[in-house]
Design a protein around this ligand. Sequence first.
Ligand SMILES: [Zn+2]
Length: 305
Amino acid sequence: MAPPLTHDQWLTILRAEGVTVAEYPGWRTRQRDDETGKPFGPVHMFVNHHTGGRDARDVVARDGVPGLPAPLAHVYLARSGVATMCSAGRANHAGLMAVNAYNSFLNEESSHPAPSAASGTVDGNDVAYGIETENRGDGTDVYPREQYDAWVRINAAVCRHHGWSAASVGCHKETSIEGKIDPRGPVEGYGDRGRFEFTPAQFRADVAERLTHPASWSPGSTTSPPKQEETGMDLNDRVLLGDWVPKAWPDDKGLADKQITINTALGGGYAYARRAAETTGALLTEVRALRAEVAQLRAAMTKGT
Ligand SMILES: [Zn+2]
């Protein structure tokens, strides 16, 4: 049981997991809670979908389809691997779930029975996050490597945040009582693995593997990438200046050690550049005025001769 992720939490956990995130205009206010009068959450699982067509970002985030108003998912995942946030509220993606299947995810069981309407139904849109992954869904359209990688990362990020295992990750075809087939199709590759067929079991295994590593981990590598502190620079770090700087300003005591902080360099650079730009503008104005005067004088002299 968990309260739904806030808008800012979504962005934070996806970026921490190495996902490239875009924000669809209006996504912070777009949700189905108001229209239906039903609140979103508490949430208990993640449901994965394919779009069934290309370039469906606007449809999922803003337009919806007849009889099914947008948002149609919380996240839209393009073939490029870029994730677009569409909503953090209630979204129309899961429809009715079979209770027997839903309970197996709620309780994080190791196996998931085929959804049976006879077991009763639950409104999946109340209790599940959803992602629409761009794919024609015809069983032959390939999920590119970067798309599958981002897909695993997104599911893992949500599980990591809520403290869920990969057993909270499901697919639409595993929960729906309406005979859904998504997602399906070949995957170009993942980590050290070449082409393979998408299956919910393999997907959960990949999410589970990811959850054994820190969020910064990349598949196929046994070590984590170096931390930002080790490779990046701090604004208080000092950088060496070229010899020409103290030579140009020998009386500038601040440059005695031939070092400067990045902060000072950036601030100083901005101030000098701005001053230079303003001075140049003033000079140009004066030059134009002088040229006009010269032209007048020349005209007067020509008349005189
Ligand atoms: Zn679906």
